[in-house]
Design a protein around this ligand. Structure first.
Ligand code: UDP
Length: 489
């Protein structure tokens, strides 16, 4: 017999609060949709700044109106409207979230209770652990969600050990090839240069190192952890993490899991669920028809994600190298991706001409669709975790050019462990290097990289299907949320 629908106030009410960055929002918004599909009520909390951007770039309300139990809310990040909220000013945002948003968050939860709209479960971004403190204080069950790789998280958790062993801090960057032996599971291939960029600090008291260490250790205070990864990809690293946090739900690649669950659901109307839905930039889809006119696997797709910036001169060097490699390309240049000196400077005619001939530039692409397009043969990426997983699922080999955070360790895993790409970290942005690397990637290395990419892509597809690890872990997560919420009543 079918279960009678529960009155609304008996359905668990989950609140998700991502760190205010594109990558975090993308994967947590997919998690939100998965929870709605699982029959839960969901409140998705963004900072007001990002909520306004989301509304101005997307018709999110019509996408989410399909989920009756879903709603958006917004909260101030405490910064003035004109603040750039850029990577360089990252600590301003961080401090303001702790000093201002934490209190507003507490008040929001308390007023929800008064209005009989109580949140019964919190999924806290593991980079924003004050939410766990507030949940503890108010007696609301909470778990953490880290939107980056398991290997990145394990590196952050290993900071105290790295300091103890004298691997951190280091004074100069001359000895970046020195081996690092104290991060479990990575003893045979990790070097200083592969540690997350923020750990290249000269003092152990460096505020960012301290912050990352505290947030990683605080994440472990949550009863359990959600990770956007899969067992066949990061199994050995996950075993080490489970010594610190026994309950880890690996539900990645989350974008593939959402697609799989939507396909299985009885809904007769096709539902869009790509990252475009959660983009903070307006997506330019014109590149898709350009891709349609290109040969199979001929295009190098280039994107450095939502934060990374280069100077105008670096961009020109890179552009020359790309053009000299003769490889056709689709390149994302965000309006805010050129920083510093020379911003808005001139572009040499020969670059413009060559780009007209065999290139296409957009300000923001529908990345998941681009990677799934048969014309795309490679991805030159900054190794952000979402981009890495999206490329893995699509079976597209990568050239990794990491900029910051865990991107350095992700690119090491891409090249050394999964063997699905080349790692260019710390190579200079000069035209000769770019040309050589792109040629090598699109020609000599192509076959072997494609073979490993196809194998891993197949594992990624299997784990999100019915009976696969990520699919089953999601079911378990939803059951656990239900039981914990019931205990709240
Ligand atoms: N992305 C996109 N269009 C673009 C560039 C990026 O939709 O033109 C999406 C991409 O699919 C990914 C996210 O933005 O989901 C970037 O997240 P990632 O973790 O790769 O890097 P971050 O932006 O956090 O550095």
């Amino acid at each position: 017999m079918e279960e009678a629908p529960k009155p609304e106030n008996q359905v668990p009410h989950v609140l998700l609060f991502p760190y205010p960055g594109q990558g975090h929002i993308n994967s947590m918004m997919k998690l939100a949709q998965l929870l709605c599909l699982g029959g839960l009520r969901v409140t998705f909390l963004n900072t007001q700044h990002n909520h306004d951007r989301l509304l101005s770039c997307n018709d999110v309300h019509s996408v989410f109106s399909r989920w009756p139990g879903f709603r958006f809310r917004a909260i101030s990040d405490g910064l003035p409207a004109e603040h750039p909220r850029s990577l360089e000013r990252f600590m301003d945002l961080w401090d303001s979230l702790n000093d201002n948003t934490k209190q507003l968050f507490r008040e929001m939860l308390i007023s929800g209770r008064r209005e009989s709209d109580a949140v019964t479960f919190i999924i806290a971004d593991g980079s924003l652990t004050f939410t766990i403190d507030v949940a503890d204080e108010l007696g609301i069950p909470a778990i953490a969600c880290r939107t980056h790789s398991a290997c990145g998280f394990l590196a952050y958790l290993s900071i105290p050990r790295l300091i103890e062993e004298g691997d951190l801090p280091f004074q100069d960057e001359a000895d970046l090839d020195r081996e690092i032996r104290c991060v479990p599971g990575m003893e045979t291939f990790l070097r200083r240069r592969d540690l997350p960029s923020f750990l290249r600090a000269k003092e152990r008291t460096d505020p960012i190192v301290q912050l990352l260490m505290t947030e990683a250790l605080n994440t472990c205070r949550a009863s359990s952890l959600i990770l956007n990864t899969f067992e066949d990809l990061e199994g050995p690293i996950l075993s080490h993490l489970r010594c610190r946090m026994p309950t880890i739900y690996t539900i990645g690649p989350i974008h593939a899991l959402l697609k799989s669950k939507l396909a299985d659901s009885s809904s007769s109307t096709p539902i869009t669920c790509s990252s475009s839905t959660s983009s903070l930039w307006r997506v330019d889809k014109t590149c898709m028809s350009w891709l349609d006119s290109q040969q199979q696997k001929s295009i190098l797709y280039i994107s450095f994600g939502s934060y990374a910036t280069v100077t105008h001169d670096e961009m020109l060097e890179f552009w020359h190298g790309l053009v000299n490699s003769q490889t056709p390309f689709l390149w994302v240049i965000r309006p805010d991706s050129i920083a510093g000196k020379g911003k808005g400077g001139k572009i040499p005619v020969e670059l413009e001409e060559a780009t007209k001939e065999r290139g296409f530039i957009v300000e923001w692409a529908p990345q998941e669709e681009v990677l799934a397009h048969p014309a795309v043969g490679g991805f030159l990426t900054h190794s952000g975790w979402n981009s890495t997983l999206e490329s893995i699922l699509a079976g597209v080999p990568m050239i990794c050019w990491p900029f910051f955070a865990e991107q350095q360790i992700n690119s090491r895993f891409v090249s050394e462990v999964w063997e699905v790409g080349l790692d260019m970290k710390d190579r200079s942005f000069d035209r000769e290097t770019v040309e050589m690397m792109v040629r090598e990637f699109m020609n000599e290395k192509r076959g072997e990289l494609q073979k490993s990419s196809d194998k891993i892509a197949e594992l990624a597809r299997l784990c999100v299907r019915e009976g696969g690890t990520s699919n089953s872990n999601l079911e378990r997560l939803i059951e656990d949320i239900r039981s914990a919420s019931l205990r709240m009543d």
